[in-house]
Design a protein around this ligand. Structure first.
Ligand SMILES: [Zn+2]
Length: 223
């Protein structure tokens, strides 16, 4: 009974692009007593983690969009309290494959019993959720130029999922702008630096700081 109660407090997030695997693992772990949520890829997983931080992340490695390799690195960086199990059918054994940021490895296709043993081996510590903070200071983003439609845009590197995306900056001239990452939907605040052509009076303060900042501003490398 006490063991059952304990498992009820352990939350798992299962990430796999294959719906059948996602649901079969989820059903089994839920029957045993774990609290289980699922996500279909890395970006969906990051959204789910933002809503509620799980104790354990069980993630496939090969997925479209954001792969498990990327997801696990991002999670280790941003949410170091989450214990991470990588799963794959492309590697065998119980060792974490090299280049994979995980605490344990589950070979897909092995029995659910071996998965449970791996979950047990993580030590069942219910760690206090800890989030490595995303900078609260707005990002300084250098203007890129005009997009194919002739509108000014910037390239923003998302501090959450580490992917880059384009954001059109026409219209509002407020110094601090808000964008939503096109990959993981994270809200990002930024200021545009180094205006090249037009310099609205309302942003003159920012513009003067930008002159010094222009060489080192945060221009993202597009992946
Ligand atoms: Zn993102």
């Amino acid at each position: 009974m006490s063991n059952q109660m304990f498992m009820n407090s352990i939350e798992l997030l299962v990430v796999d692009d294959a719906a059948a695997i996602r649901s079969s693992i989820s059903v089994l772990l839920t029957e045993i007593g774990y609290v289980v949520r699922t996500a279909a890829d890395g970006f969906e997983a990051l959204s789910a983690i933002r809503m509620d931080i799980p104790n354990i992340l069980l993630s496939d490695l090969n997925m479209p969009g954001m792969s498990g390799f990327e997801l696990l690195s991002v999670v280790r960086l941003r949410y170091p309290s989450i214990q991470v199990i990588a799963m794959s059918g492309s590697f065998s054994g119980e060792e974490v494959p090299s280049g994979v940021t995980a605490d344990a490895f589950y070979q897909k296709g092995c029995s659910i019993r071996s998965l449970l043993r791996i979950i047990d081996s993580l030590g069942h510590q219910k760690l206090r959720p800890y989030i490595h903070p995303v900078p609260t200071v707005p990002l300084r983003i250098q203007r890129n130029g005009l997009d194919s439609g002739g509108r000014p845009y910037v390239t923003i590197a998302c501090p959450e999922c580490l992917r880059s995306f384009h954001e059109t900056i026409g219209g509002s001239l407020t110094p601090i702008r808000e964008a939503h990452c096109s990959h993981c939907q994270q809200t990002i605040y930024y200021v545009v630096v180094d205006p090249v052509e037009w310099e609205p009076a309302s942003s003159s303060m920012i513009a003067s700081r930008d002159v010094r900042k222009s060489k080192s501003s945060q221009t993202a490398i597009l992946r």
